[in-house]
Design a protein around this ligand. Structure first.
Ligand SMILES: Cc1cc2nc3c(=O)[nH]c(=O)nc-3n(C[C@H](O)[C@H](O)[C@H](O)COP(=O)(O)OP(=O)(O)OC[C@H]3O[C@@H](n4cnc5c(N)ncnc54)[C@H](O)[C@@H]3O)c2cc1C
Length: 403
């Protein structure tokens, strides 16, 4: 099959880019290849569903640039299509004196990023959620909300297909050559411009096209523990102060769009890319490569991988997760949180030259292909403005747009 644009990956990023291209160039032929039977089987359908506000990220980052707008646009998308949006806000709590300067740092970032964030006292936090546990102060984000990622993905697929995007599910890209020809299990696809939005496999496809030389994806597993009783539900999301040196937000409470409370997600190093549970999707080549990298990072890394790995691996224990959750709420009854939910895996990019985790979205490419690397959280929130940014870049360089 020949196309003007070929998008690899039918997650939220691939679908948003395809829809944005179609909006701008209505006559072009756009094909999406998705290896699974349906879209949203990986991170886009297995995340926390939080529309972030945008106060965590350094002001010069792409994350800071797109999160607030993304939150607004995704909220409008859900409301326009009758999808649930729980506008429950978020509290960031301090667990002791040492957390207070980090609340100030988040306030600074919110100010720099033009995002509303309220500095409140302990009793004001308790008015928002009576069970919250915080030390003296807390931060309240009114624009954080929760959506149903599965419902969003379903609607996006419908919209893309009805706009004329050709979606080929169950077709895996085996190899991309020079960006213009893609080999799949069902033959070759030729294209003028290739967009790689393959999530956990984006580095592999980029490498086929001569990119991602300094990067490899290191998978981190996010587990959730669900409350099995509605009275365990909270009124708002409750997060600890994050360790801003790494891209994860720490174990927190999220209220789902449907009103259920869950604890998580963890960021446990995984041994192969789609290691959701047991030996599912086991891949011997991946395990050798990933374990070798992890061992290298244990010996030397620029982000204390040893401490991160140890702290995260302990979270396989429900008891330990419950202990962490106790720091965020009072009278936490962990008997109510016994059920693991479907895990998600972060396609976190490792810079193999600097031996550090990349914090921001990364894009590489030329006039024939573009590769989205490190589309980690909050890429779900950012999907629409990020897709617009990617399309601006494609339209500037793609030979097909100059014809
Ligand atoms: C546990 C967890 C919690 C998160 N929470 C949030 C949150 O609350 N808010 C937020 O904004 N973000 C959150 N995120 C991040 C967000 O989910 C991701 O940033 C986003 O979903 C990335 O979308 P994607 O399209 O790049 O990747 P994916 O959804 O992984 O899509 C990539 C697609 O490419 C396909 N693919 C891969 N290889 C090939 C191939 N060779 N051929 C064909 N198809 C291929 C895959 O099957 C997949 O469907 C979370 C992520 C995780 C893991």
């Amino acid at each position: 099959m020949k196309s003007d644009f070929l998008v690899i990956g039918g997650g939220i990023v691939g679908l948003s880019i395809a829809m944005e291209l179609k909006k701008r160039l209505s006559d072009v032929k756009i094909v999406i290849l998705e290896k699974e039977k349906s879209c949203g089987m990986h991170a886009s359908g297995r995340n926390s569903g939080v529309l972030h506000a945008g106060f965590y990220y350094a002001a010069d980052s792409l994350k800071a640039r797109f999160t607030a707008d993304g939150n607004r646009l995704m909220t409008r998308f859900c409301e326009d299509h009758g999808l649930p949006v729980r506008k429950c806000g978020k509290l960031v709590v301090a667990q002791d004196e040492s957390d207070l300067p980090w609340l100030d740092e988040l306030l600074n970032r919110a100010r720099e990023n033009g995002v509303a964030l309220e500095d409140i006292l302990q009793d004001e936090a308790e008015e928002i959620e009576p069970r919250v546990r915080t030390f003296r102060r807390a931060l309240y984000s009114p624009s954080t909300s929760c959506v149903d990622p599965g419902a969003v993905m379903k609607k996006m697929v419908q919209q893309a297909v009805s706009a004329g995007v050709i979606l080929r599910t169950g077709v895996r890209c085996l190899r991309a050559t020079g960006g213009n020809v893609v080999e799949t299990g069902e033959g070759y696809y030729q294209t003028d411009f290739l967009v790689n939005a393959a999530g956990l496999y984006a580095d592999k496809i980029a490498a086929d096209c001569g990119f991602s030389r300094d990067y490899r994806i290191l998978p981190f597993k996010g587990l959730y523990l669900y409350a099995d009783r509605p009275d365990a539900s909270l009124r708002t999301n409750i997060y600890p102060v994050p360790d801003l040196r790494n891209p994860f937000l720490g174990v927190h409470f999220t209220v789902t769009a449907g009103g259920r409370t869950k604890i998580g997600p963890t960021a446990i190093p995984a041994f192969w890319r789609e290691q959701y549970g047991g030996l599912e999707n086991f891949n011997v080549y991946e395990i050798a490569d990933i374990v070798m990298r992890q061992a290298g990072l244990l010996a030397f890394s620029n982000f204390d991988f040893k401490r991160l790995a140890w702290e995260e691996l302990r979270k396989y224990s429900k008891g330990h997760l419950a202990d962490l959750a106790c720091g965020l709420v009072k009278n936490f009854e962990w008997d109510h949180f016994r059920q693991w939910g479907p895990p998600g895996i972060r396609a976190q990019l490792l810079n193999i030259r600097d031996r550090k985790l990349e914090m921001d979205f990364v894009i590489e490419g030329d006039d024939k292909s573009l590769h989205v690397l490190n589309a980690v959280s909050p890429a779900f929130t950012c999907a629409f403005p990020f897709a617009a940014y990617v399309c601006d870049r494609i339209l500037q360089v793609a030979t097909i747009c100059k014809k």
